[in-house]
Design a protein. Structure first.
Length: 249
């Protein structure tokens, strides 16, 4: 087999290429590849308890097997050539399925609790904003809008100094949790149609009008998003246990 094998202390052979430890380690340090290795090792250890059958593999690769009956055998040989031990080939072929099952088993039971806890941050808002470096100018613009001399959108397009001027100041729908903490605090207490007080952020003055709030629903997409978020947080935490909080993830 032309796979990966140990030749001696600090030496590996991949195909026809012999690699020395002192060659491999510096390469793994480029582009933070070590962190990718650690990530996959953490996953492999977590997935060790997950079970699968030949029928599972057939179901996962059903489309491929219809076109190529020997697909699994070919992929197995390819994995062995890349250095996967013969006894682990099935595991790596089933790995996408095992990851999905792991997420469902570990994180799905907590989705409803997480959703209720974070719902206020998952609610979306549609709002408009005007930003200007001069507070007095922005205050005068607010008076004009409130007096009906011009619309908020017209004013934002003409005077706002941020990128939102292109859209007439309109932003959203956007989940509240993805906005800056300052905007979150302002919008969280506003009613539809209400104007905010003038506020200062990042060296400029701002004014916001909330158009509408869209309540988040625990639908299929939301369930998937919460599971994925829990999975990412768990994986990051497990990696930090190994390499420490200072490592780049």
């Amino acid at each position: 087999m032309a796979g990966k094998e140990r030749l001696g202390s600090g030496t590996l052979k991949v195909g026809r290429l012999e690699l020395q430890q002192e060659e491999v380690i510096p390469v793994l340090s480029i582009g933070n590849l070590w962190m990718k290795v650690v990530r996959e090792l953490v996953l492999d250890r977590a997935l060790a308890a997950e079970k699968f059958t030949e029928g599972d593999l057939a179901a996962v690769y059903g489309k491929e097997l219809e076109k190529e009956p020997g697909f699994l055998e070919r992929m197995g040989r390819q994995l062995e050539d890349q250095g996967v031990p013969a006894g682990r080939v099935g595991f790596y072929l089933a790995r996408p399925l095992l990851i999905a099952r792991f997420k469902e088993r570990v994180f799905a039971p907590h989705v409803a609790t997480v959703f209720l806890k974070e719902k206020h941050l998952r609610d979306s808002v549609v709002f408009s904003v005007i930003r200007h470096k001069e507070r007095d100018v922005l205050e005068e613009l607010l008076h004009r809008v409130q007096a009906g001399e011009c619309s908020f959108a017209e004013t934002a397009s003409k005077y706002s100094e941020g990128s939102e001027s292109v859209t007439g100041g309109m932003i959203g729908p956007a989940p509240l949790g993805r906005l800056s903490p300052h905007l979150q605090k302002i919008l969280a207490s506003m009613q539809d149609g209400e104007y905010s007080a003038l506020f200062q952020a990042q060296g400029t003055w701002g004014l916001v009008q909330l158009h509408r709030r869209i309540s988040a629903a625990l639908d299929e997409k939301m369930t998937k998003d919460i599971i994925e978020a829990q999975f990412r947080d768990w994986l990051e935490g497990e990696i930090k246990k190994i390499v420490g909080p200072a490592a780049g993830l």
